[in-house]
Design a protein around this ligand. Structure first.
Ligand code: SF4
Length: 715
């Protein structure tokens, strides 16, 4: 009898856009994946990566059972109980001998795209009580959290640009046409930006490269890498000096402007023009245009976060939105009202409760900067990291000076990885515990509904049945928690309840007691898991609405415009005016990253449909810079920094400003011992083999992987 085809509607959880998918399945195999036209948020949009969800399922390199590395370096399959017991025993032994901090944990980006990881990871991490926790946050968006914590009182109160209603969108260091939006969940962003233009609005992109988003903008302004904080300060100076501020109702819930006015005074457009590479007259007119727009939103992403002044950039972006009255109003920068409210259920975030042992970098939200991981393994002494657990991460490719980490990992006493790939990092593990694949799990996006440009909710039941003996990520974490977890009795009781309830049970509670929830009253209108399951395409919960001051978590329920924790970093910015810290030595260039629609950081290069065609891992350089070095298009060039050297083909383009080169991140799949057959055939070079672990944003320790001084020569 022919098997019937079932259609599943779910949200794609590969990136932040959470597009609705229509997945056809027959015989427990994916037949087709299309955009779900009836998804109330994404309205049919998908990108090429969605098609690859089925390819992950069938990838012959995907690990399906736990494996242990033998003394000879081979891998053998072992049972789940063996793998979990041995992992717990080895971790326990390391901690008993060297203390709790001898275990480090690294969390990769896919964790925030997994319901199970988001529900079961945090209690597990709390129970482990190591100070050596690291994650991809500190090579990405940490400055957003730090600014939000000190201005709005909670690390997750991240304003989102109201792209669908704004008249003026100012973007710095962001390329949503390639990324599909980041900390701005906006599926189909190209359509949304086209609509902005159609209604007479303007998109202005500030970036050292004429990115794919800059190509569709009404204006693109080149800026020297790492100087965005100077530009933002100068815009603020113009607005406040010319009396263009109009905070409106925000004035009553914000600390006074005076301090910001005083702090901005030294940063005139004339003084920052040389450093930024933007003429003073252009800075002033940009400030006036922004302040004069009917509604406006300033938004900056990874290019401004992962630089030496990332914390100041995110603070200043918020300040600019506030002083022009554009925070918390339609068309400005707004907060969401998600069905499961992580703001209500997570810590506010603290900075600097402890510091890394070797370099003294500050903790934020319980995590140390990833730039410090390798040295914490390599440097002997009390508190040295001797065991590592990675969860869905590949820090060898994702964190600065990946080569150093590669040297460090073999020196660990023990390493385990929860991952379904034997990748450039997990190949150093002693045991790998592979979870189920995305389509085999239930999903609800706890994180990205919080960052979306519209309020919506969607539950995605698993589309495929996992193999009988497979474990989900949350089950692996819960099993390790059960074996390792100590703590007070109430925590253990809570853990036992969570395991009993499962992600569905916990999600149901989150929905019922969220802002749109039904509570426990069966007759009350509102969300519960059962009601959400009945809406297979998801539910629309309305446009973003003003919510301040109610949503603020500051102790006085006011926005802190100039918190001391952030403004303390201004002397460093002022000093950069005198001696620009990123001024390369003669002949050198500044390296920035870039992203491609078909890439998802480091982990989807093993899927043939996403890597076919010409190589994307090229070094972009302006023809003037190539001419000065007698380099020609297509030739192999060596890119050399303080920490390493990589070789990549040269791509000449006038879409990058002179003095700057760009290499995408996430490549470098040539390492022996990884089992990524397709990725190895399209290896590319890892940008993080030349980014520098010692160069961080001093405010919060975020890796400054943009603006790295490099030399380029014929290979
Ligand atoms: S944009 Fe992101 S969420 Fe949407 S289909 Fe592509 S990978 Fe999935």
């Amino acid at each position: 009898m022919a098997a019937s085809t079932q259609t599943h509607f779910r949200a794609c959880n590969l990136c932040e856009a959470i597009c609705g998918l229509e997945v056809e399945v027959r015989d427990n195999r994916v037949v087709s994946i299309r955009g779900d036209e009836h998804d109330p948020f994404s309205r049919g949009y998908i990108c090429p990566k969605a098609m690859a969800l089925g390819d992950i399922q069938d990838d012959p390199d995907r690990l399906r059972r736990p494996v242990r590395r033998t003394r000879g370096g081979d891998w053998i399959e072992i049972s789940w109980s063996e793998a979990l017991d041995e992992t717990a025993d080895r971790i326990r032994a390391t901690r008993a001998q060297h203390g709790a901090d001898a275990l480090a944990i690294y969390l990769g980006n896919p964790n925030v795209h997994s319901l199970g990881a988001m529900l079961y990871g945090p209690p597990f991490l709390r129970s482990i009580r190591t100070r050596n926790r690291f994650s991809a946050t500190s090579v990405d968006q940490l400055p957003h959290h730090v600014a939000a914590r000190f201005m709005f009182g909670h690390q997750l109160l991240l304003p989102v640009p109201d792209v669908d209603r704004t008249d003026f969108l100012l973007m710095l260091g962001a390329n949503p046409i390639a990324s599909n939006g980041s900390l701005m969940t906006a599926p189909g962003i190209r359509r949304r930006l086209a609509a902005l233009e159609r209604r007479g609005g303007r998109l202005v992109v500030v970036d050292p490269r004429r990115s794919e988003t800059a190509e569709v903008a009404q204006r693109h302004i080149y800026i020297r890498p790492g100087t965005d904080a100077l530009l933002l300060m100068a815009m603020l100076q113009v607005i406040l000096a010319e009396g263009l501020e109009r905070p409106g109702r925000l004035e009553t819930i914000t600390t006074p402007l005076d301090e910001v006015r005083r702090l901005s005074q030294p940063f005139t457009p004339e003084r920052v023009a040389v450093a930024t590479g933007i003429a003073a007259v252009d800075i002033a007119s940009l400030a006036r245009d922004f302040a004069g727009a009917t509604t406006a939103a300033c938004y900056g992403r990874v290019g401004v976060s992962t630089q030496r002044f990332g914390g100041l950039c995110q603070w200043l972006i918020n300040v600019l939105n506030i002083v022009t009255g554009n925070l918390d109003r339609p068309g400005g920068s707004m907060f969401t009202n998600p069905a499961v409210d992580a703001v209500a259920r997570s810590g506010r975030g603290q900075l600097g409760r402890w510091h890394s042992r070797v370099r003294g970098l500050p903790e934020f939200g319980g995590e140390l900067p990833a730039a410090a991981l390798a040295e914490e393994i390599l440097e002997p002494g009390d508190g040295q990291v001797r065991a590592l657990l990675t969860i869905a991460g590949n820090p060898v490719l994702s964190t600065p000076n990946g080569g150093q980490l590669e040297t460090a990992l073999p020196q660990l006493d023990f390493m385990a990885s929860i991952d379904f790939y034997l990748n450039e990092t997990t190949r150093h593990a002693d045991i790998i515990l592979p979870p189920t694949a995305p389509l085999e799990r239930d999903h609800y996006d706890v994180v990205f509904h919080l960052l979306a440009v519209e309020n919506s909710a969607k539950f995605s039941p698993a589309a495929l049945a996992p193999p009988a003996d497979a474990l989900h990520d949350w089950q692996i974490v819960a099993e390790l928690h059960r074996r390792l977890g100590a703590g007070p009795i109430h925590q253990r009781a809570l853990h036992a309840f969570s395991r009993w309830a499962g992600p569905r049970g916990l999600l149901d509670l989150g929905l019922r007691f969220g802002p749109h929830g039904a509570g426990l009253n069966p007759f009350r209108r509102g969300l519960s898991l059962r009601r959400l399951e009945r809406s297979r395409h998801g539910v629309h919960l309305g446009a973003l609405e003003p919510c301040l001051p109610a949503r603020l978590r500051t102790s006085d329920r006011r926005i802190q415009l100039a918190p001391a924790e952030l403004t303390a970093d201004l002397p460093r910015l002022r000093a950069s005016l005198e001696a620009p810290p990123l001024e390369p030595v003669a002949g050198d260039l500044l390296l920035i990253g870039r992203r491609h629609l078909r890439s998802n950081n480091s982990w989807m290069h093993n899927l043939p449909r996403l890597v076919r065609g010409r190589s994307r891992c090229t070094l972009l350089m302006h023809p003037e810079d190539a001419g000065a070095r007698a380099l020609r298009n297509g030739q192999s060039v060596a890119l050399i920094s303080r920490v390493g050297r990589v070789v990549a083909p040269l791509e000449l383009s006038d879409r990058i400003m002179p003095g700057v080169v760009s290499l995408p991140h996430g490549w470098g799949h040539h390492r022996a011992g990884a089992r990524l057959t397709t990725a190895a055939q399209h290896a590319g070079a890892s940008a993080n083999d030349v980014t520098d672990d010692l160069v961080v944003d001093a405010l919060c320790g975020t890796a400054a992987v943009n603006g790295v001084p490099v030399r380029v020569e014929a290979a």
